[in-house]
Design a protein around this ligand. Structure first.
Ligand code: AMP
Ligand code: ZN
Length: 113
């Protein structure tokens, strides 16, 4: 997707603060953090949003959760953390390349706002 912001970040056309990268996943700092730790975890493959996950592309999603678990362990997030993926406009999705917000370093309220 040539006009996708996160595809451009993956290609290095737009700068980002990289936290982790492997063959299929890229992790970087959110530009407007809402918690002391606020990472965005994205697949390198362009998937627009959560309701486009299928049997064919879900492998990268399970890998994303492995990466999140490893990062949490490496960072020592023993107090806990939150993972959020907003799907669609009612949920507040503003960038249409699927992403998982990884949030930590403070208490989080529930239910979600
Ligand atoms: P969402 O609103 O769930 O679609 O999340 C999109 C996130 O992308 C927001 O938290 C933004 O702050 C973040 N964001 C937008 N542009 C950039 C950028 N250039 N670099 C890093 N994060 C960004
Ligand atoms: Zn994209």
């Amino acid at each position: 997707m040539s006009d996708c912001l996160f595809c451009k970040i993956i290609k290095g056309e737009i700068p980002s603060k990289k936290i982790y990268e492997d063959e299929t996943v890229y992790v970087f700092e959110d530009i407007e953090p809402t918690a002391p730790v606020h990472y965005l975890v994205i697949p390198k493959e362009h998937i627009s949003k959560l309701d486009e996950i299928t049997a064919e592309n879900s492998g990268v999603i399970s890998h994303i959760y492995e990466v999140i678990a490893k990062l949490a362990k490496d960072m020592g997030l023993k107090e806990g953390f939150r993972v959020v993926s907003n799907c669609g406009e009612h949920a507040g999705q503003s960038v249409f390349h699927i992403h998982f917000h990884m949030l930590a370093g403070r208490d989080f309220g529930w239910p979600a706002g």
